[in-house]
Write a protein that binds this ligand. Structure first.
Ligand code: UD1
Ligand code: UDP
Length: 371
């Protein structure tokens, strides 16, 4: 029996770890699995844990309102030592690029335990964008032994950095495993439940779904993103905008101040994962700076305007479904307005493409770990 310790702490990590946790838990003869959540996120993490019915074995419960990178880092590294000492895992698994992922990997290194990295090899090429995620994933990549890369591009990035090809596995991204599971669930429940939950939105109209939370955009970038969204709403009264607002106070401040009270903008609390997928499926267009949403929307055939200057998820851009529009208000407004007005331009982007996996990633990773 291999002893596997999952370490993660935020919403997107939980979504992308859940299919693998379930897969390993199902292979009872092969794996003993424990889940350690750092609690870097609280409500947004718990939403996902509840949905996937995963109960953590350890919960460091580190989140504080308005936490700093220093505070989160210190709390997590301190909390992990006794967990690892008690469980003595053979392998530690981390996902992506958050502080929880980086510190989880670092803790493995300090204890000389092999680390496996899901979603390995993503690179934007700019260590300050996304910040601190680009450096986090580079550092996890330095520490990890097993690198589970989603695409050719990410696999090649690792090989070019000198990682041994014996330990780089191109397996897709578990985000697609989770998405397919979510789609099955919403199909089995039918539209009414979701439409009823989000009944302040007129879903018969064209809906623009918005999310945004990147640290490097706080301040001026965020203000200008919000101003573009407000202009879009006021100049397109026949369009509905839905914005599930991230709980980070640096996000909620400008979003509520600039977008609150605009009739066709619906500021809602973070959505449960299936509600989010349903909303994405029903939407006309997605405006986001989120990593995960950039992976999901192309799979659903939804054009995505990425409100960032660079992305580590070029696959969607190259396929034509995603477009980088930066954080400058004028550009965001212009590009979104073009998609509302020009059906040819819209149809060109609205292609269902799926460069990120086929839903079998968790099974593939489990096979590799088993072998
Ligand atoms: C974190 C990750 C980012 C990831 C994002 C996903 C780091 C440095 N950042 O950013 O890579 O893309 O999560 O959403 O690892 N808060 C709550 N409840 C929650 C979650 C957050 O109240 O459930 C508030 C708290 O005030 C918290 C703040 O948001 O202090 C910031 O949380 P934090 O995890 O530090 O940063 P995020 O911006 O969420
Ligand atoms: N998501 C969700 N509810 C929301 C917003 C996003 O369930 O209200 C999901 C989304 O579908 C994706 C993930 O959360 O799977 C992305 O998380 P986030 O944008 O917080 O982080 P990132 O991917 O940018 O690290």
């Amino acid at each position: 029996m291999k002893k596997i310790l999952f370490i993660f702490g935020t919403r997107p990590e939980a979504i992308k770890m859940a299919p693998l946790i379930k897969e390993l838990q199902g292979r009872t003869g092969s794996f003993d699995v424990k889940v350690c959540v750092t609690g870097q996120h609280r409500e947004m993490l718990d939403q996902v844990m509840d949905f996937f019915s995963i109960t953590p074995d350890y919960d460091l419960n580190v989140m504080k309102q308005g936490q700093t990178l220093f505070g989160v880092t210190a709390s997590i590294i301190g909390g992990l030592e006794p967990v690892i000492d008690e469980y003595q895992p053979d392998v530690i698994l981390v996902q992506g690029d958050t502080t929880s992922a980086f510190i989880g990997a670092l803790a493995g290194y300090y204890k000389q335990i092999n680390v496996g990295h899901l979603e390995a090899g993503l690179r934007s090429g700019d260590v300050y964008s996304p910040f601190p995620e680009e450096m986090n994933r580079i550092m996890v990549g330095r520490i990890a032994k097993y690198h589970f890369a989603p695409t050719d591009r990410s696999m090649n990035a690792l090989l070019n950095e000198g990682v041994s090809k014996d330990y780089v596995y191109k397996v897709g991204n578990t985000v697609i495993d989770a998405l397919l599971l979510g789609l099955d669930i919403i199909k089995s429940k039918g539209d009414d439940i979701y439409a009823e939950k989000m009944n302040e939105v007129d879903w018969s109209k064209r809906v623009i779904l918005v999310t945004g939370h990147r640290r490097e955009s706080f301040g001026e970038g965020f203000e200008s993103m919000c101003n573009a969204i407000k202009r879009l709403a006021t100049e397109n009264k026949d369009v509905e905008l839905v914005y599930p607002v991230h709980l980070n106070p640096n996000v909620r401040g400008p979003v509520n101040r600039i977008l609150g009270g605009v009739k066709n903008i619906h500021l809602v609390e973070p959505l449960d994962y299936p509600d989010m997928i349903w909303a994405m499926e029903k939407s006309f267009l997605v405006l986001t700076d989120s990593g995960g949403v950039q992976e999901e929307a192309p799979t659903l055939g939804k054009p995505v305007l990425v409100m960032r200057d660079v992305t580590e998820r070029q696959e969607g851009v190259e396929a034509g479904t995603a477009k980088l529009v930066g954080t400058e208000g004028e550009v965001i407004y212009r590009e979104a307005q073009r998609l509302l007005d020009d059906s040819v331009a819209y149809e060109k982007m609205a292609n269902a493409i799926n460069p990120y996996g086929d839903g079998t990633t968790a099974g593939q990773i489990a096979d590799i770990l088993e072998a």
